[in-house]
Design a protein. Structure first.
Length: 524
C-alpha cells in the first residue's frame, strides 16, 4: 500500500492524467467514497493504488465508454470534463436553480473570441449584439456581459425574466449588504414556536448517533461504490428502524407537520412552521423601498424555499410526494430529515448571493443588456428596447443583432412554469403555461412534434427580422426526433455545422449517457 496525503495525491494525479488535479478534486473523491480514506485525527491519507484504480476504471475510459454508447462523432472538447462544479456554477450563475440550463462554458466557447482554445473561427466579437429568445435563467446574457458583447434575452415566463435580470443587475454593494442583514435579523427575531428549535436539536442528536453507527461516512459510501452491496434493502430496513424515534419526538414536542389546507403549492409542499416563516420574510421584503433590492431579496427567498420544500434531497428537481418523515437520502447516503425552519438556508443563501454578485462585478464589462418578458414568436424587439433603453436602441438599430445563442425547450421534457410553482404562488406572477413551446404536458406524439416545429419556426422567423445579413445562429438541442432540418428549412436557414456534445454532470439520479447537439445555422 502506497499512502499519500491529499496534496501529494493531487500532485501524483496531475502527473498521471497529464492535467491539473487540485487537492479539492481529491477531497471530493474521498468525501463521496470514490476512493477509500485512511488515517484518523484529521490526517487523511489515500492509497495511490486505489486512486489509480479509480482513474483507470472511470476517468481514463470515460471518453471511450461514452463514444461506445453515443457514437464516435461526440465532440469531447465540449464535454468540459476537466471542470469542477465550482467552475460550471461560477459567480451569479448559481443565484437560483433552474432545470434544463446549459453550463456557461458552452456559451463562452462559441461567443468569446478571447479564450485560449482550438476554435478555427470567431463567431462574435466585442461590441456585437447577441440574442437569446429562450432566455431561461440568463446564462447567455451573463456570459455576454463577461465577453464584452451586448445582449437581449426574451422569455414568456415572468419569473425566468426575474432570475435573469437579478443576475445581470448592478447593485449598490453597501446598500444591499445592509438590506440582507435586515432580512436575516427580521427572521431571527420572528415570534415563532420555540418548540421547533428544541425539537430539531434533539432530533439532530438522535440522527447523528444513528447515522454514525449505520452509515459511517466515507467507509459506507466506499462500500456502495464497490458495487457488491444492496443499498436499497439496507436503506429500507434502517428507515423503518429510525421512524419510531422520529415519531416519538414529534409527539413529545407537539410538532405539527401538515398544514390545514392544501389548496396551493405553498400549502402542500411546506411544513407548517416553514410556511409561517416564509410569509413573515416575504412581508419584510415587500417593505423594501428600492425595487432592484426588493427583487434580489425575493430571489434569495425563492432559492431558499425551493430547498426547504417537504421532499427528499435527491428529488428536489422532480417532486414526487411531500416527505414529512425521516428518510434514507440517496444523495447523502444516510438518514435525513424534512426541513422545519428556513433560517439556516436563508442565511446561507443570502451570504452566498452577496459573494457571487461581488465576484461577477469584477468580470462584467460595461455593455448593454435587456431582458424582455414576452412571446418570442411575436415580440417587437426594436419597440421594446426603445422603451427600456434609448442608448441601446440606437446601437441596435444601427448594427442589428449579430446572432442567436440559445437552448430551445426540448419536446415534451419540462413544464417550465411548473418547475417554479412555489415562486409563482409566492410572488403572484401570472402563469402563461399555454404559451410554452413543447411542454411536458403535451407529450412527444406526432401532434406535439408538429406544434413544436411550428413554434420554434415562428420564433426564428420573428427574430430573423432583427438579425444582420451575415448572422450566426446556435441552437442547443437534443434532437432525437430529427426536427431541426425541417425547422431550418421553414425559416430560410441552412445547418452549416453541428457539434454533438456529451452532457456529463446531470443533477438527476438518471446517469445514463446523454448527448445534445449544437446546431450552427446561417442564412440559406
Amino acid at each position: 500500500m502506497s499512502l499519500a496525503t491529499i496534496p501529494e495525491a493531487s500532485k501524483w494525479a496531475s502527473g498521471f492524467l497529464e492535467k491539473e488535479i487540485l487537492p479539492t478534486n481529491i477531497s471530493y473523491l474521498v468525501q463521496y467514497g470514490k476512493v477509500k480514506k485512511h488515517g484518523e485525527n484529521g490526517s487523511t491519507m489515500i492509497d495511490l493504488n486505489d486512486l489509480k484504480k479509480y482513474y483507470d476504471s472511470y476517468n481514463g475510459k470515460r471518453e471511450e465508454n461514452w463514444k461506445k454508447n453515443l457514437g464516435n462523432d461526440l465532440n469531447w472538447t465540449l464535454s468540459f470534463d476537466n471542470l469542477r462544479e465550482k467552475d460550471t456554477t461560477k459567480h451569479v450563475h448559481r443565484l437560483h436553480p433552474y432545470k434544463g440550463k446549459y453550463i456557461p462554458q458552452l456559451v463562452e466557447y462559441f461567443i468569446d473570441n478571447h479564450t485560449d482554445d482550438f476554435k478555427k473561427e470567431a463567431y462574435f466579437k466585442a461590441g456585437d449584439i447577441i440574442l437569446d429568445p429562450f432566455l431561461g435563467s440568463g446564462t447567455t446574457i451573463i456570459q455576454s456581459l463577461e465577453a464584452d458583447i451586448h445582449s437581449i434575452g426574451i422569455d414568456v415566463s415572468e419569473f425566468n425574466c426575474m432570475i435573469s435580470s437579478c443576475k445581470a443587475t448592478r447593485y449598490n454593494d453597501e446598500y444591499l449588504q445592509k438590506a440582507i442583514k435586515r432580512l436575516i435579523t427580521s427572521l431571527d427575531s420572528f415570534e415563532h414556536d420555540n418548540k421547533i428549535q428544541d425539537f430539531e436539536t434533539e432530533l439532530l442528536a438522535e440522527l447523528s448517533k444513528f447515522n454514525l453507527v449505520n452509515f459511517p461516512g466515507h467507509d459506507f459510501k466506499y462500500k456502495i461504490n464497490q458495487g457488491n452491496f444492496n443499498e436499497n434493502k439496507f436503506a429500507t430496513e434502517k428507515e423503518k428502524e429510525f421512524l419510531p424515534i422520529y415519531q416519538k419526538l414529534l409527539k413529545k414536542y407537539s410538532i405539527k407537520t401538515k398544514q390545514d389546507k392544501k389548496s396551493s403549492f405553498l400549502d402542500k409542499w411546506f411544513i407548517e412552521n416553514v410556511r409561517s416563516e416564509i410569509d413573515h420574510v416575504f412581508k419584510t421584503i415587500k417593505q423594501e423601498k428600492d425595487l432592484k433590492t426588493r427583487k434580489i431579496l425575493a430571489l434569495i427567498l425563492s432559492r431558499t424555499i425551493r430547498s426547504c420544500r417537504a421532499t427528499t434531497h435527491s428529488d428536489l428537481a422532480t417532486l414526487k410526494e411531500p416527505q414529512i418523515t425521516t428518510y434514507y437520502c440517496y444523495k447523502h447516503k444516510k438518514i435525513c430529515k424534512p426541513i422545519f425552519s428556513i433560517s439556516s438556508m436563508l442565511n446561507r443563501y443570502a451570504i452566498d448571493t452577496l459573494y457571487r454578485i461581488r465576484e461577477f462585478n469584477k468580470l462584467r464589462k460595461p455593455v448593454h443588456y435587456s431582458v424582455l418578458a414576452g412571446d418570442s414568436r411575436t415580440v417587437n424587439i426594436f419597440e421594446k428596447i426603445e422603451k427600456n433603453n434609448s442608448i441601446f436602441s440606437k446601437i441596435l438599430k444601427k448594427q442589428k443583432i449579430a446572432g442567436i445563442f440559445c437552448s430551445p425547450p426540448y419536446v415534451g421534457q419540462i413544464d417550465y412554469h411548473e418547475q417554479h410553482a412555489y415562486a409563482y404562488d409566492l410572488l403572484g406572477f401570472k402563469r402563461k403555461d399555454e404559451l410554452e413551446i413543447g411542454p411536458l404536458y403535451k407529450g412527444q406524439g406526432i401532434e406535439a412534434r408538429k406544434s413544436y416545429v411550428q413554434g420554434i419556426s415562428d420564433v426564428l422567423n420573428n427574430c430573423k427580422k432583427y438579425l444582420k445579413k451575415d448572422f450566426n445562429v446556435f441552437l442547443v438541442a437534443n434532437d432525437k426526433f430529427n426536427l431541426y432540418p425541417e425547422i431550418a428549412e421553414k425559416v430560410g436557414m441552412k445547418i452549416v455545422n453541428q457539434f454533438k456534445r456529451p452532457v456529463l454532470n446531470r443533477t438527476e439520479r438518471d446517469r445514463n449517457p446523454y448527448s445534445e447537439i449544437i446546431f450552427h445555422l446561417k442564412r440559406s
